[in-house]
Write a protein that binds this ligand. Structure first.
Ligand code: GUN
Length: 172
């Protein structure tokens, strides 16, 4: 099926079908797709993504925070793989996180803990756009940010994650 066919189907279909197809683009948060449905008709993937992001941005701070909290830590071992969504497991593997040396994985776990203690939510970076060294470097830099800045950066990274998941969905 072509991208235009898929868009046409979502534009003509029910809200339930739309949420069933796109609900996973935002981790454990189908409410984003639910709200974005109001933005039909979707002209192209960019427009659809923009509507999804607008739905996320239009939600209150508490809902946005719950969305951020729904993300797993980027872990050096996929030991808790059973608890990850299929998308998350793939994203983490693509960053080389499942092949980390033990000391590197321990350092990542320590930094994640420090980050959570400081900001009260997990460190979010689009794993598919960053290999493990870049993830560790970004974590160290972002520990110096303000809570407001980190909330904003997390949302911006979630938008990138959703864009790549949407690409996957459109590829079929
Ligand atoms: N947590 C931090 N980064 C990511 C990511 O790219 N994907 C998922 N699923 N969870 C994350």
């Amino acid at each position: 099926m072509t991208t235009q066919d898929r868009l046409a189907r979502w534009n003509a279909g029910s809200r339930e079908a739309f949420v069933a197809a796109l609900g996973h683009l935002f981790e454990h948060s189908p409410w984003v797709a639910e709200a974005a449905f109001e933005g039909r008709p979707f002209r192209d993937p960019e427009h659809l993504h923009a509507q999804l992001c607008a739905a996320m941005r239009g939600a209150g701070h508490a809902r946005q925070r719950a969305l951020i909290l729904a993300h797993p830590d980027l872990a050096g071992r996929l030991g808790r793989a059973a608890a990850l969504t299929a998308e998350s497991a793939r994203e983490q593997a693509s960053a080389g996180l499942d092949e980390m040396a033990q000391d590197e994985a321990a350092e990542l776990a320590r930094l994640n803990r420090t980050y959570r203690e400081r900001f009260g939510f997990p460190f979010i970076l689009c794993a598919r756009l960053n290999h493990r060294d870049a993830i560790l470097a970004a974590l160290r830099v972002r520990l110096e940010s303000s809570p407001e800045q980190e909330h904003e950066t997390a949302l911006a990274e979630i938008e990138k994650i959703a864009w790549l998941r949407l690409q996957d969905l459109l590829k079929g």
